[in-house]
Design a protein around this ligand. Sequence first.
Ligand SMILES: [Zn+2]
Length: 490
Amino acid sequence: MLNYADEIQKIFRIRKVKWHSLHNLGTMTGYGTYTIKSSRESNDEVERAPKRIKRVLKQGQGVLDEVDLKKLDIDRERVCSITLSPLNVYACLKCGKFLQGRKENSVAFQHSIQEDHHAFMNLHTGKAYILPENYQLGDNPLLERIRLFIAPSYTPQQISELPVQCFDIFNNAYWTGLVRLNDNNNSSHITVALQLIARIPPIRDFLLLTASDKFEDELLNRLSLLIKRIWSSHLLKCHLSPHEILHHLSLTNSSLLTPKNTPEPKDIFLWIINRLFGAAPAMKKLLSKEMRGELFSLTQEVPRHDNQQEDTKSLENSHTTRRKIKFWTLTLDLPPMPLFKDGFDTNSIPQVRLEDLLTKFNGVEKAQTKQGTIALSLSKLPRLLILHINRFNRAVECPIKNRNQTIVKLPSILKVKGSKFKLIAIISHKGVRGTYSDETELDQESQWSIIVYEKSLEEWFEVNDKSITIKEKELLFLEESCIQVWEAME
Ligand SMILES: [Zn+2]
């Protein structure tokens, strides 16, 4: 492939000029410096340049001038805006439209003639062309920059240096990994789950290093691309639209999006983790090692004769069974809330220690279930211990309004079975007045946000669809946490 920038360098000699002052050689504002003589001299050079180079320059001239990064919206579904086909789609780099094909009479070809727009980039391959001539452009910094907008890529070295502070094309500062996902459709329960996946180092690193078309599961390709963009230092805008992956989720598992079911972020998170688990052997190994724990359940059964559990092993007598259970998350139950006649304020909300909730898994505490009396004991703890605080009872009327708002007091270091853990992320809930609720039906809808600890900055950040704010560590326990991620200390 012809290296456009190198060819230009060969032709012109030496005086430092910013890219944006290059006359007729493409707009590369703020992107490196190159050296040429004055524009008049440079035109003379073009005239004297070898025939092949002259052709490249003439065809490149003006075409890259027309590129308008602010018109590019790569968060959209990557389908042709005319045919709606996802195949062979190009972005017009002047107006931002997604159009199919580049051969004669294709949509993009006709667009180039009708609209007089000429620079196009294939959204899948990243190759750039001048249309209607169907001439492939060589590498140059502007095109490379656009390729990174469309599909960021990473090396292990770059990952080890994350996060970094950067600026989008509107000059807004942002930290990679701390990027808002727009919520246009009451989908915060999904976007926080996606954000959580982006914050779990082994999954994040695997997805950053895997090409976004390598999975057979299209959902994972889209997830991989979204995570790459959340951590990208080459964002057009410092917030992203998760539209592409939400659209795919709606096709794959529409129940996750149905507001009536009010699925929690935990449901989305587990659904995606299970998809990842089955996607690639390397991912399976990684998830098993980092996130999968084991516990035993000892069940003193109510006498019955239709035991269908296959992996059970009788101990003591025929009515006691011991099962090994693998888990991604441990669900913790809150003590029942007292009834308040006139509402309650923060001071009257009951509080409970996290360690007390974990006694559910000490092998001594017993719970009554339909099957009998069950005692649970942890046998293997994962490096990333994910706790789910069970606040919602879907069986009651108005489950959001009637949720359990008990405050869970957080230790600075959590000790479980001799291991020590530090908190790295929380998914937090807020009940807000529902869109259709009247005066007596407050707290009908959920708003979710993720609160994460950024080690290198030594700060906690709350990220939701509207803002990113620094949080006081000492006040985190006041959050209505529904998921907590604890990382084992070395
Ligand atoms: Zn166009």
